[in-house]
Design a binder for this molecule. Structure first.
Ligand code: CP3
Length: 355
């Protein structure tokens, strides 16, 4: 299949004209589309039930289970897009990296990557390595009808931070030590990860994902000059690798107020914004020609229904002049969120913005 032909899932009647894809393309929308990072997951009792006794990474490799978990929040909340249920470390596991996801901790890597010899652990990813992704996306696009499916991957920096630290990290000391201490090894590591990430996103688009999001969750730890020099080339390579498919590319990170312009420049069509920068100011930083996604503070989901509406209204007001706006949280749904608060928030945004 040539890259400018529509992959299977793209041909679903109505998907192309969905509010979500229209907003990503900065076209007029019937209402502001809403989805939530981590909408599938621990906040939902039906998720906790189907996951019982099944380790996190195992759950990502069972196509029927992935399909069910991905659909759960779509059924419950009436969101405008589904996000493929997986984790950013799944492609690393698939190429044989010895890692596990420890409950309450996150990804833990058995042999951290800190030397040139360690790079050999990172072989190319083939579609066969992630056959369950292709199968699950086939099942999903059939079930979702016109609702778009978002594929995703971890960005090279955020993946590198887990691989180099060996697990979650607050200050990314080992990662920065490598980045500054051996710039060539760092560049080669990020380039390897860009290749793997590109291959993984291509698998998802070819199987029918209608948009992709690159999660650079922890890149807000960097100053702009370091981002430009040491990270942007690899992220830009990923965006270029999937450009010809014509599906919207979303670029997200946390604490990235000072990086928003560069994250757009890396090749995104939609830039994700957390709650620290209002969307009108974010639009000035990103510049014209891109849609924005965000930026409701997830902590406010624990407040009263009235306070949630006031805050949602603020987000919508700040978004009023944007070329395109996808309503989302500034980061993922916290595991202890009351799911009804999410359902009500979707309903509120839809009714407030109905045109
Ligand atoms: O509710 C859930 O979180 C369900 C299951 C789960 C996922 N990952 C799914 C996931 C669990 C327990 C994990 C482990 C994990 N992996 C954690 C959490 C540790 C914990 O127990 O609190 C973390 C931080 C990771 C690493 C990771 N995975 C990052 C940094 C990201 C990018 C998004 C972000 O939160 O910054 C992911 C992606 C991820 N893991 C998604 C899902 C469903 C992303 C897609 C989505 O937004 O739904």
């Amino acid at each position: 299949m040539s890259a400018n032909q529509s992959p299977a899932g793209q041909q679903q009647t109505g998907t192309h004209d969905s509010a979500f894809l229209r907003a990503c393309r900065r076209e007029p929308v019937p209402h502001t589309p809403v989805w939530f990072m981590r909408q599938a997951g621990r906040s939902l009792p039906e998720y906790r039930k189907v996951r019982e006794g099944i380790p996190m990474l195992d759950s990502c490799m069972r196509p029927e289970l992935v399909t069910e978990i991905t659909l759960q929040p779509v059924r419950r909340h009436n969101v405008d897009a589904a996000i493929y249920y997986s984790d950013i470390v799944v492609p690393l596991k698939a190429i044989g990296i010895d890692l596990d996801i420890k409950p309450g901790v996150g990804p833990v890597i058995a042999d951290p990557i800190r030397s040139r010899a360690d790079l050999a652990q990172l072989r190319d990813l083939t579609p066969e390595d992630v056959w369950y992704v292709t199968e699950a996306i086939g099942l999903l696009t059939a079930e979702l009808g016109p609702t778009p499916l978002i594929g995703f991957a971890g960005a090279p920096f955020t993946l590198a931070s887990y691989l180099v630290e060996g697990g979650p990290s607050r200050n990314h000391e080992h990662t920065k030590a490598l980045m500054y201490g051996d710039p060539q090894l760092w560049a080669d590591l990020l380039d390897r990860l860009a290749e793997i990430t590109s291959a993984f996103l291509k698998v998802q688009i070819e199987a029918g994902a209608s948009a992709v999001q690159l999660f650079d969750s922890w890149v807000g730890a960097l100053a702009p000059a370091d981002y430009r020099r040491s990270v942007m080339p690899a992220s830009a390579k990923v965006f270029r690798a999937v450009e010809s498919y014509g599906v919207p590319r979303i670029h997200f990170g946390v604490g990235t107020g000072e990086l928003l312009g560069l994250m757009g420049e890396a090749g995104a069509d939609v830039v994700g914004v957390d709650w620290r920068v209002p969307l009108d100011e974010a639009a000035r930083r990103v510049g014209p020609g891109k849609a924005l996604q965000g930026n409701f503070d997830p902590a406010i989901l624990f407040s009263t229904p009235e306070a949630i509406e006031v805050k949602a209204r603020e987000v919508l007001d700040a978004a009023a002049g944007l070329e395109g706006h996808v309503f989302n949280l500034g980061h993922g749904v916290p595991p202890t969120t009351d799911p009804d608060a999410l359902t009500r928030l979707v309903e509120y945004v839809h009714t407030q913005t109905a045109r």
